[in-house]
Design a protein around this ligand. Structure first.
Ligand code: C2O
Length: 343
């Protein structure tokens, strides 16, 4: 059977590390739950590459992010609560309904891509609503291309609402991201870094991701214990490595980006995940067996999110497969230098 949506009334403290320190991440409880329906009246939104947004766009984005930060902490649309969404689904706050020994864990499995897609969707809709602009679209961090390797500048202005103080001070622009970062900086020249990063992208998207099982990660069904062993290629690398590369190594748990519980506190998280999400779209265009999973235990897995009106919505994985049609967004096109750099 598919993973069932959480019962918010059973939400418990989340664990920052397994069996370790705990943290409160539960959302406000509501009993009224709407069912997600695609809203075709929403204008199509195009998510731009973060390193080349216009001044006009940046002004809007900052205004929206500031408004989200200004909401009271108990508003489910506030920055604090949005970060807790990730914490609750990822640090073991939700026992599986009917299988309470096992918690819901949306990483390391086929739930990774669809969960984060819907999470971004609602986050983006909330930002748009706060500035009364239904065309607002999140930017993506174009880390699969040399022009986008550094942290996008718009996130590093310390006076901006897009800034987060808990990041690795040694990884500020113009330092290029290391897509295979394992916690230590290796001292390679820029060309080597570029070549290595592009080779990783080729492997994770093309040569190493020929089947849905490899790309999405293994099946995860109701009652299953998620052992963390079977992530998909992109989730495993570079997605995880980028989290660690951005997080602040002087903080106990590599906050913010370096731990699930705190990652959503950094606005850069959402740009990072937009690019992860973009990779799902691109992968489906690469041919062969690169298609969405057809197993109904995937298609009918369910999540709950608060929407832009602070109403709780139930969505299924199947609601997320065609972003243009179902969620009304797409991505500003960019070149794919890794596609032609077969190592
Ligand atoms: Cu839910 Cu990038 O992690």
């Amino acid at each position: 059977d598919p993973i069932a949506p959480p019962d918010l009334s059973t939400c418990k403290l989340a664990e920052i590390t397994a069996g370790g320190e705990t943290v409160a991440c539960c959302p406000p409880v509501t009993t009224k739950i709407k069912t997600f329906k695609p809203d075709l009246s929403i204008p199509l939104r195009t998510r731009p590459a973060a390193h080349q947004v216009t001044d006009e766009y940046l002004a809007k984005f900052k205004k929206a992010q500031a408004a989200m930060r200004a909401l009271p902490d108990d508003d489910p649309r506030s920055m604090v609560q949005q970060a807790k969404v990730h914490c609750a689904y990822c640090n073991g706050a939700y026992p599986q309904v009917g299988f309470t020994d096992n918690d819901i864990q949306v990483h390391f499995s086929w739930l990774f891509f669809p969960f984060h897609r819907m999470y971004l969707y609602f986050y983006e809709r909330i930002l748009g609503k706060l500035i009364d602009d239904p065309t607002f679209a999140l930017p993506y961090w174009n880390w699969d291309s040399p022009v986008g390797f550094p942290i996008p500048d718009i996130y590093t202005d310390t006076s901006s609402p897009l800034y987060d103080q808990y990041r690795n001070a040694d990884h500020q622009p113009p330092v290029l991201v290391d897509l295979s970062y394992g916690g230590k900086d290796d001292d390679v020249d820029e060309q080597t870094r570029i070549d290595e990063n592009l080779a990783i992208m080729y492997r994770q998207m093309v040569s190493g991701a020929k089947t849905p099982d490899l790309f999405f990660g293994h099946a995860y069904r109701a009652g299953n214990l998620n052992t963390g062993k079977y992530p998909g290629t992109i989730e495993n690398m570079p997605h995880n490595n980028i989290h660690i590369w951005v997080g602040d190594p002087t903080q106990t748990h590599h906050e913010d980006m370096g731990n699930f519980y705190s990652a959503g506190r950094d606005p850069l998280f959402y740009a990072h995940h937009c690019n992860v999400d973009r990779m799902w779209n691109i992968w489906k265009t690469l041919g062969g067996k690169r298609k969405d999973i057809t197993d109904t235990d995937w298609l009918d897995a369910e999540f709950l999110f608060y929407d832009e009106n602070a109403e709780l919505v139930n969505c299924k994985v199947r609601d997320s497969l065609e972003p243009e049609k179902q969620l009304r967004y797409n991505y500003e096109p960019a070149s794919l230098p890794w596609l032609f750099t077969k190592p």
